[in-house]
Design a protein around this ligand. Structure first.
Ligand SMILES: *Cc1c(COP(=O)(O)O)cnc(C)c1O
Length: 378
């Protein structure tokens, strides 16, 4: 019954959500009428307000992308010296530290959540440590309580890279409420996007003021430039698209939620395949990604074999996050990048595979992807 012919068209790991062209043209007309293209225009103001409510956070500042946002977050807290972070993340996370002249200190990850191992952070702290930069990988929340406890004990700041965690909540609280500052990315491949874009969320207006200055060259007024800022502004066109996309995010999340269930149904109990981590009942996830871990010893095939073999069926999976950041040529000479220090991260890096996940994917597509995967077993 199962048709295991290759897919007719390539199936990629994700596809951006597109609004209708009519909606975009309609909004563009408003912008053309306003004659305001960038620098805190009406679309920007309205999107900041709408996102603040959507993410259930006290304050939010929009950016032209998530990476610049995170660079500014470090600047605003005046981080320096060493910052403890995870090697199991996108390149931007440690790069942001390098751009701030900060030495990334890689801490191993938790075997279940794949997030920074909160129990190990303390052992990495030195007199030079100023902060913890943690990532909610694949939208699974970090152990926010334990991380805050360690930070409080040593007087450290906590910054979260929440690029994967748009709309994630813990016990009804938006994920952006934890730590000093959280960064969201609105890149086209994320669950919610503004084509390119991002945001920081913070606890109060005082911190937001400083961040807003930093993202606009430090310009306070026509007479005063008060700090060496950068250009981190989101323009009116992308802010307008972001406002439209807010109407799509719940439906997209629902579709992905359904596909998650199908994946779990098809793959649970398959020997050698570990599914996404289970979260506490009070965690609301966003289902942005679907990742599995392949244990070669049990499955009979390596992750790399599966990745290559899938291509013969026109399925283009991704090895997020392999190589680990600690394996990059720019970081591997660091003491903390030594694989002996990062046992779990190195293991996960060899096993992880991101499977196709986007709203337009059908239930049949997912069942077929799973059937192909199971066929690879040895
Ligand atoms: C996408 C992403 C970023 C970078 O966001 P941009 O908006 O593309 O600059 C940073 N960290 C993680 C974990 C990401 O997935």
């Amino acid at each position: 019954m199962k048709n295991l012919e290759p897919f007719k068209e390539r199936i990629y790991v994700t596809r951006p959500v597109f609004p209708t062209i009519e909606e975009v043209t309609e909004k563009l007309k408003d912008i053309w009428l306003s004659k305001w293209l960038t620098n805190n225009g009406p679309q920007h103001t309205m999107l900041e307000h709408e996102l603040k409510n959507f993410l259930k956070v006290p304050c939010l500042s929009l950016f032209n992308n998530g990476t610049i946002a995170l660079i500014v977050a470090c600047q605003s807290l005046r981080l320096s010296g060493e910052v403890i972070t995870t090697p199991f993340t996108f390149a931007a996370t440690p790069h942001v530290l390098s751009w701030n002249n900060i030495k990334p200190i890689f801490c191993d990850v938790d075997a279940e959540t794949m997030n920074i191992d909160a129990e190990k952070i303390e052992s990495m702290i030195t007199p030079n440590t100023t902060a913890i930069l943690a990532v909610h990988v694949f939208g699974t929340p970090c152990d926010v309580e334990k991380i805050q406890q360690v930070a409080d004990r040593y007087g450290l700041h906590v910054v979260y890279d929440a690029a994967h965690a748009f709309g994630v909540e813990i016990n009804g609280q938006g994920i952006g409420n934890f730590g000093d500052i959280s960064m969201f990315s609105f890149h086209a491949t994320k669950l919610y996007h503004t084509v390119e874009g991002g945001a920081l969320t913070m606890k109060n207006e005082y911190v937001k003021q400083r961040i807003d200055l930093l993202k606009n060259f430090g310009i306070k007024n026509e007479e005063e430039v008060v700090m060496p800022g950068i250009n981190g502004k989101l323009d009116e066109v992308r802010a307008a698209i972001g406002r439209i996309m807010l109407n799509y995010v719940d439906e997209e999340r629902q579709k992905r939620f359904h596909l998650h269930k199908i994946y779990n149904e098809e793959l649970s109990g398959v020997a050698g395949i570990k599914l996404m981590p289970k979260c506490a009942d009070d965690v609301k996830l966003n289902n942005q990604y679907y990742v599995i871990r392949i244990d070669e010893k049990i499955f009979g095939r390596s992750r790399d074999f599966v990745y290559d073999a899938f291509k013969n069926y026109n399925v283009y999976t991704r090895k997020y996050f392999h190589p680990l950041c600690s394996e990059f040529t720019c970081y591997r000479q660091l003491n903390s990048a030594n694989p002996a220090n990062l046992h779990t991260a190195n293991l996960i890096g060899k096993q992880i595979l991101s499977l196709p996940m986007y709203g337009e994917l059908t239930e049949d597509d997912v069942r077929k992807i799973c059937a192909i995967l199971k066929m690879f077993r040895r």
